[in-house]
Design a protein around this ligand. Sequence first.
Ligand code: B12
Ligand code: SF4
Length: 478
Amino acid sequence: MGVLARVFLINPPSPEPVKTPLLALCYLASSLRRAGHEVALCEASAPGSPDVAGLLERVAAFAPDLVGVHIKTLHVQPAYALARRLAEAGHRLVAGGPHPTVCWQEPLAHGFDFVLRGEAEESLVELCDALDGADSDAAGAGCSALSAIAGLCYRERGMVRVNPGRDFLRDLDGLADPLAALDLFDPAWYGQSSPVAPAGLLSSRGCPAACTFCSNNVTGRRFRYRSAAGVADEARALAALGQTAFSFFDDSFAVGHRRVRELATALAPVRIAWTCTAHPGHLDLPTLRDMKRAGCCGVDIGMESGDPGMLLRIGKGVTVERVLEVLAWCREVGLHTVLNLMFGWPDETAAELQATLDFMERAAPLAGGFNARGVLVPYPGTEIYDRYHERFGFTSWWLREAPLAYQSFPSEWSLEEVTRCYAEDAALERNFFQHPPAQLALIKQALRRKTELSFASVIALADRGRLKHQVVPAAGAR
Ligand code: B12
Ligand code: SF4
């Protein structure tokens, strides 16, 4: 039985706000509560959340045994600044999320006592259970209990201890219901007056593909999935909370045709619209028909380059022809599509980039739109980072340089406003891969063209009265 601990979870302030509760915090808070621990949290990344002083006051008032901070690579600097203030106030700190999973030594050097690598629903509960021990200098927790927690890194008698890694969670149905933590999120943080639900849910975790740029290190390559009934129940709960649509946050939704069919059968009666992200290699006509009958209104398709050689180099595992075929099937079935394309690959030639530009013109009549921005960022833990950081001198760029200043979301759907937000890409100015000026100009042209084509498609949808549930150009989460 778990020992009662008081835990305060934080999504730190960041220039890129979240507009609905972070699903990771929902999962973690629900798991802790189910184990008997007491939880408070603050989504300091949301537009209406308290400032750092207000956040510190809230933490102090809760008097937690442990403060947990979610960290993404782009936001390490505000996260570490916050950690310094929290450590000065005497709080015991644990870091987790996509960045600490890969760069676990960094938070320990920035005031954190613990780091949990990977999925943490179980390990965070184990850590809280262990905090009752008093026979150690490891921030007051029992040594032997700590050494048994797979995925944990911590300091002990001046030494850094790195426990063996943890297996990916297998029993996703056994996890606590993430929506059971919604009462912890103040609607005012998101500018609302009634409870706000996450914008999406997870029917699976992991992706079997091996794209060289992908930083899904937390959920990994091993594909695991939930029962169709459990997913449908969560969709029903979202509908009951007033959501008219949601997104599947799965790395790669369409893996396993039988799985998708079962899911479709369970979801169809819920009658809620949804979108998802899929690898084009997993999409075929019967699968798309199943998705459509289950409420799917749009698919975000990962392609990344229109050049056949580049597709091979980045391990995308798909051909140009296949993507065109998938786009045509989506159109036939009546699914809106957003095609993801990225620019600025290491050693990308003008001819390779031009192939992507040309492909955009071919795809535009079929695709509903393209992703926003899209200049490649070399995240730690990716093959591209490991292979190129020394050659191009961007080792640990997230610590050494000012955070990438992405533009805020559009305030209205005018071409000027959409272009300001989505055709400007902070990673272009950073020029990680030292592209020559002519290549940078071509990338800029590609960004503008992509935005124009997407905008035209959004306007066409609006004219046909179908804008409500379409997939707007995604802000490029990968
Ligand atoms: C959905 C999503 C979003 C949604 C989130 C909506 C919501 N309400 O939840 C939106 C669109 C808002 C979003 C925004 C961004 N995202 Co995003 N997003 C995702 C996506 C697709 C799924 C997230 C998810 O639910 N994962 C499943 C859960 C189980 O995993 P998790 O979030 O990592 O959490 C687990 C562990 O990390 C750990 N953990 C997490 N937090 C903590 C905290 C503590 C204290 C502990 C102990 C453990 C712990 O336990 C959790 C449960 O197992 C992921 C891809 C992915 N595979 O995760 C990208 C991803 C997380 N996003 C990413 C990025 C970069 C962003 C943005 C910066 C946008 C951008 N410029 O690309 C913004 C930042 C927003 C912010 N301020 O937080 C990157 C992060 C890469 C990195 N190394 O940091 C990812 C990995 C995509 C990618 N491959 O590049 N995102
Ligand atoms: S980019 Fe998409 S398809 Fe490729 S490995 Fe990552 S999640 Fe899978």
